[in-house]
Design a protein around this ligand. Structure first.
Ligand SMILES: Cc1ncc(COP(=O)(O)O)c(C=O)c1O
Length: 401
């Protein structure tokens, strides 16, 4: 028998008050149902490329099961540094400006803990990835949300940031290409934002985990914008581009003066990222570009297919420029996004995520992940079309008359 203590000390206020993620609830319901097509999950449906898996297996066979340097294997850091230099012409020293982390998730936590004192504010454009605001809060900071909208392609500009700033603003958190909107940022707008950050002496934290999934133009790496390097913490990782979510591997790049205290926190809390995953990541950077290109091409095909389909059934959807999410409006149905997602799940067995799970600006939207096969997307669209038709009480043919 478990013994339940009647009296015990209170848990920490931050832990008590932390709200559950709006995504989880839908996953839990969907997991308990039969025949559900999930457009809810934010992870690749591909298996990690074989070369990566083989390299990891081989390293285990050779008994490579130890800790690594706190920073991560130098071979991996050199490859990360070369990769960023080649793609974006940014120059991070592998010795002390690159830190291998347990996913971007750890990198985000380290970034916040390194720059924030209690009460410092971080500007967070929304809708955004569900962890951003909790990470700020858990580090003692205050997340100040700024709503973006479909009218502006879910981009943010310097004027909006300036309007939300106070004397306590310490940093801006950018996450482009965006989860959940698929928005990417034009270089000119980023240049204005960097100028503002320099003028107001703010840090910039840039989560670029979807950088490789930028379909129409080359991704703009924030550190490459003139003036940004010295105040930017760049976060990236292997989860999305290389289909390596379960390997839990990411990296942080920043000038030495910022990275050293981050590494110190990492050394006391995580020690290092798993060696097997680091060995796999070395292989990913060495030999998997063709596999990455192939996955990008498949996501791109699905992107066009789902957006066309959603617009056809009356759910207005802008073409997302990056990541693997469509973010259609459900305003025409008269339902809230929570009602829409819940009824769609129960009535048609399709799981999507209500836009409000991602903060302000998400009202009237749902997030549909297209990191799933074209066949499944097609079936989901048929079911969603039937659902929307039932709601309006009209057939699509009638609507188009
Ligand atoms: C925008 C964004 N950042 C970070 C993460 C977490 O990344 P990781 O698996 O590297 O911890 C996700 C995962 O969905 C994400 O969408």
């Amino acid at each position: 028998m478990k013994e339940e203590s009647k009296t015990r000390p209170a848990l920490a206020k931050l832990a008590r008050e932390l709200a559950p993620s709006g995504i989880r609830r839908f996953f839990d319901i969907a997991a308990s149902m039969q025949d559900v097509i999930s457009l809810g999950v934010g992870e690749p449906d591909f298996v990690t490329p074989w070369a990566v898996r083989e390299a990891a297996i081989y390293s285990l066979e050779r008994g490579q099961t130890t800790y690594t340097s706190n920073y991560g294997l130098i071979e991996l850091r050199k490859l990360i540094s070369e990769h960023l230099q080649e793609r974006y012409s940014v120059n991070y020293r592998p010795e002390d400006e690159v830190l291998v982390t347990v996913g971007v998730s750890e990198g985000m936590d380290l970034a916040m803990r390194t720059i924030l004192d209690p009460g410092d504010e971080v500007l967070v454009p929304e809708p955004c990835y569900v962890s951003y605001k909790p990470c700020v809060t858990l580090a003692g900071g205050i997340a100040v949300g700024i709503a973006t909208s479909a009218e502006n392609d879910f981009c943010i500009n310097a004027q909006q940031l300036e309007a939300a700033a106070t004397s306590k603003t310490k940093a801006i958190l950018l996450g482009f290409p965006s989860n959940p909107t698929g928005a990417t940022m034009p270089r000119a707008a980023l240049e204005e934002i960097v100028k503002l950050a320099v003028a107001r002496n703010w840090f910039i934290i840039s989560d670029e985990i979807y950088d490789r999934l930028s379909y129409d133009e080359l991704h703009n790496c924030v550190s490459s914008i003139p003036g940004a390097f010295g105040r930017t913490i760049l976060l990236n990782g292997f989860s999305k581009a290389y289909a390596m979510t379960g390997w839990r591997l990411g990296y942080v790049c920043a000038p030495e003066a910022i990275l050293t205290p981050m590494m110190r926190i990492h050394s006391y809390t995580m020690l290092c990222a798993p060696i097997t995953s680091q060995k796999g990541a070395i292989e990913a950077l060495r030999s998997c570009e063709a596999a990455v290109q192939d996955m990008i091409a498949q996501y791109n095909r699905r992107r066009k297919f789902i957006v066309t389909g959603l617009n056809k059934i009356g759910l207005t959807c802008h073409l997302p420029k990056g990541a693997f999410y469509a973010f259609p409006s459900i305003a025409s149905t008269g339902l809230t996004c929570e009602e829409f997602a819940e009824r769609l799940l129960f009535e048609e067995h399709v799981a999507v995520v209500p836009g409000t799970a991602f903060g302000m600006g998400g009202e009237n939207h749902i997030r549909c992940s297209y990191a799933t096969s074209l066949e499944k997307i097609e079936t989901a669209l048929t079911r969603m079309g039937r659902f929307v038709e039932r709601l309006s009480g009209k057939s699509l043919v009638e609507q188009s008359r």
